[in-house]
Design a binder for this molecule. Structure first.
Ligand code: C5P
Length: 219
């Protein structure tokens, strides 16, 4: 039996990719499966937390006992998250939010032209950074997906976005990360601790993340 050690915690989780539509049938996105965020939501629910899951489009079934808010674009995800922020005591931002959206969105399907096409993109707002600017006593957890110089970049994000914890994933490792069932992550904490976890199922990674959320939440 799982101990209900997160009873009383109001947790907001984001998961999955976002879709940035060009026209009604075309969009920019990424290969996020949503599994890491769903694992966090399910693990937290099992440990007694009250969970709201803001999910981009995924193939995953809605977890029982969790309020699921479905969104598509980064702007919709921002609305859904900011709308729940005053309620939340902790936020785990596992969504792979698209950094850009098309500057022009066509209401009709764009005809194909036999020529080169230039796409103008606008930067999407950084949702997590906004949360960090209005953090209060909340616990904030972000993810960073990096190649090469990941550790330094993740640390920079932890500080710049005012987080308690950032979960560093490696993009280019076989069998982990995007779309996989397992993950191999490094946890970088606000107090300088760096915890390198071995490869393990995403559900176990979720529990390790929640152990730290609990530590920060209890102060
Ligand atoms: O800066 P970068 O995109 O690598 O940061 C990743 C973290 O920031 C993730 O937790 C992601 O959910 C969040 N993020 C966000 N809004 C964006 C881009 C990323 O909240 N527009």
């Amino acid at each position: 039996l799982t101990p209900k050690d997160l009873k009383g915690l109001k947790l907001l989780v984001s998961a999955g990719p976002t879709r940035e539509y060009l026209d009604p049938v075309r969009y920019l996105s990424n290969p996020s499966s949503g599994r890491m965020g769903y694992a966090v939501a399910e693990a937290a629910r099992d440990r007694g937390a009250e969970v709201v899951l803001v999910s981009g489009p995924t193939a995953l079934p809605a977890p029982w006992g969790v309020e699921v808010v479905r969104v598509e674009s980064a702007l919709e995800m921002r609305e859904a998250i900011l709308g729940r922020y005053s309620w939340a005591q902790a936020v785990v931002m596992a969504a792979a939010v698209a950094d850009y959206r098309p500057a022009e969105v066509s209401r009709e399907k764009e005809p194909k032209v036999a020529a080169e096409k230039v796409l103008r993109l606008l930067p999407n707002p950084d949702i997590l950074k906004e949360l960090g600017e209005n953090k209060g006593s909340r616990v904030l957890v972000g993810f960073a997906m990096e190649t090469g110089e990941g550790l330094a970049r993740a640390k920079e994000k932890l500080l710049r976005k005012n987080l308690d914890l950032i979960v560093l994933n490696w993009v280019n490792r076989e069998g982990v990360g995007f779309g996989s069932f397992e993950n191999e992550v490094v946890l970088l904490l606000r107090d300088g601790r760096v915890l390198e976890l071995p490869r393990m199922p995403k559900r176990q990674v979720a529990d390790r993340i929640l152990d730290l959320v609990k530590e920060f939440w209890k102060g």
